[in-house]
Design a protein around this ligand. Sequence first.
Ligand code: FAD
Length: 274
Amino acid sequence: MPAISFEFFPPKTDEQRAQLDRAAQQLKTRGPEYASVTFGAGGSTLSYTGETVARLHREHGMEVAPHLSCMGGTRAEIAELLAGYRAAGYRRIVALRGDLPSGMASPGDFRYAAELVRFIREHSGEHFHIEVAAYPETHPQAEDALADLRHFQAKVEAGANGAITQYFFNPDAYFRFVDDARALGVTVPIVPGIMPIGNFSQLKRFSDMCGAEIPRWIAKRMQAHGDDAESIRQLSAEVVAGLCRRLLDGGAPGLHFYTLNRARPTLAVLDLLH
Ligand code: FAD
């Protein structure tokens, strides 16, 4: 089995907390390298990331990687978060720019993820293993694909140890991105981010927002199964497991699963990968 990691989001209600616990309980049996927890994603200004990583670390015994974005505030506020994570014994950070929540005027002291990575290195030296985001299908706000690749290169040169990609369903986009990054001299591991398909209409909405393309053949095959939930679940797992197999056969260094705090869609994919 390749190195795998799982991404969760911070629950906000007791019901969501119980859901996270159930998912973590089942997923940790698959021996993940670490579990990461998003930061303020989805436009919320309040962050429960610290509480959630502590729960996964203490109660589920997982190595954790809190996400941290430029929306985390000023240098002083981010320094405080870093000091807390260091004191808790965490060794990983996923460093991002984040997206400005609607109605929020100032994003903080850093404009781009590269600046945040540089600050983490200045503040904490080599203590943290830093991952950054990569976009095989190009970040939606980038001027063009080459500019985006150069901005990715800048994040690595600022001190990132590795990258996790936005999810995608076209393996060639990933291979092309990795080849282009290598041609620029970027040598860090680039781990594909995998989105197990749990709910197809939700996935379509998400994908429009983050610029991930759903190939026509996948959409058409989903439609063909209509409302038959069980056959859609099976098809989803087969499609995503097929993608994972191609990625691993082509040299991907591991797989990072966007679990959305549910174990079942990710486990269905992992079961097919054995
Ligand atoms: P950057 O690398 O800073 O890039 C942002 C944009 O600016 C790109 O278009 C880039 O080309 C451009 N750019 C970069 N540098 C420059 C420059 N110097 N001049 C001009 N243009 C530049 N969001 C959250 O809010 N919380 C999370 O926890 C979270 N986790 C994520 C995890 C992963 C693995 C991924 C792939 C994404 C995650 N996101 C999260 C989403 C992410 O915050 C958004 O995609 C955001 O819009 C970009 O973040 P970034 O770190 O890639 O930004």
